[in-house]
Write a protein that binds this ligand. Structure first.
Ligand SMILES: [Zn+2]
Length: 360
């Protein structure tokens, strides 16, 4: 493209931006303009990979590997985020496959793949928290450009990914210590259209178990999760869980990958219908049961088990193997995940139990 045409096109885009208020992707005569996510810029029909830089601050910096797949025709912007927790591998591996197999020329809209949101946790093989600042990336949104590295990662993801996207899916997979059955979270914000669009995302992802979170707060300071940072900005969002105990087993990677393709089909970014679950179990009031003391946990249940109120979830023992306390279910429900490697610190999760929501 000649320099003159490039200039006139960008001038047109500027005018269109002023008129429409769309900052990143503007349709020029039915054809999308280039799409930028930070320094990673893709032309229509192109997939470009690169890094979002998280500069050093009070501690060391990092970077975030992403791919921008910019379709040849107009459509929504979907952001898929993997590696918020660096020990949750199936979504990370699944997004590499999506990058390999998606055809930008046949894509409508734009797909942003965040391959590993939290490289310090990934490379350091840590559960929950960053080895640099000890913080949980999924508890520090919207982040802080002047904060520690996890807060700066969150800030970069909010400004460059979440605010750029129309839909956000944060893809988790049972941390390195969590035996987990696949499920996803959706939040009820009380905003009917937003909630319905998030619900449709959840159904399209194709898992048979959905945990409905009802503890939404309008207060922005409460929007500490990736999902809530998106919802608070009016973007439909869900969090998915497809993984267990740091496994890279094929069925778990396939489940995450299938979910990604299902979302693209649901949003009509590629052809076809999503493979939905034939029936969905709706769960509510998820409660994380936490350890009263440091020690070792011996689970008595597996993920997906139904438990009675007061039913045994497992036993906390000391370092000699002597029992400290039986850990029991707070109510009758389903075990979403249960910690299944020995070490536990005081206050850490041991299991999550949810109530089964009766059919409407
Ligand atoms: Zn996670």
């Amino acid at each position: 493209m000649s320099q003159t045409r490039r200039l006139s096109r960008s001038r047109f885009i500027l005018m269109a931006t002023l008129v429409s208020g769309l900052p990143t992707s503007v349709v020029v005569a039915g054809r999308p303009a280039d799409f930028a996510v930070g320094p990673v810029i893709a032309a229509p029909g192109e997939a470009v990979s690169g890094y979002l830089e998280v500069p050093a601050g009070s501690d060391e910096g990092t970077r975030i590997p992403i791919t921008v797949v910019h379709g040849s025709s107009a459509g929504p912007v979907l952001a898929l985020v993997a590696g918020t927790h660096g020990y949750e591998y199936p979504p990370i591996l699944a997004l590499q496959r999506v990058r390999r197999d998606v055809d930008p020329k046949k894509l409508s809209g734009t797909l942003i793949l965040v391959h590993v949101a939290n490289l310090p946790s990934f490379l350091g093989r840590t559960i929950y928290t960053s080895p640099i600042d000890g913080k949980n990336l999924n508890r520090v949104y919207p982040g802080d450009p002047e904060g520690t590295v996890s807060e700066r990662i969150a800030d970069v993801l909010v400004r460059q990914v979440i605010e750029t996207a129309d839909y956000v899916v944060d893809m988790h997979g049972g941390d390195g210590n969590e035996a987990l059955r696949p499920y996803l979270y959706m939040t009820v914000t009380g905003e009917p259209e937003l909630d319905e669009r998030s619900r449709q995302l959840g159904l399209a992802f194709g898992l048979d178990t959905i945990v409905v979170q009802g503890d939404w707060s309008e207060e922005p300071s409460a929007h500490i999760y990736t999902e809530w940072a998106a919802l608070g900005r009016g973007k439909p969002a869900i969090s998915t869980e497809t993984g267990s105990l740091g496994s890279t087993a094929e069925p778990l990677v396939s489940l995450a990958e299938r979910g990604a393709w299902n979302l693209l089909r649901h949003l009509e970014m590629i052809e076809g219908e999503p493979e939905r679950a034939s029936a969905v179990v709706w769960l509510t009031e998820g409660q994380v049961v936490r350890s009263p003391a440091p020690g070792m946990f011996q689970p008595a249940v597996e993920p997906g088990y139904f438990v009675e109120r007061g039913g045994l979830l497992g036993t906390l023992v000391d370092y000699f193997g002597d029992p400290i306390q039986n850990i029991t279910a707070p109510f009758a429900g389903v075990v979403n995940y249960v910690v299944s490697t020995p070490p536990v610190s005081e206050g850490e999760p041991l299991a999550m139990v949810s109530k089964v929501r009766p059919a409407d």
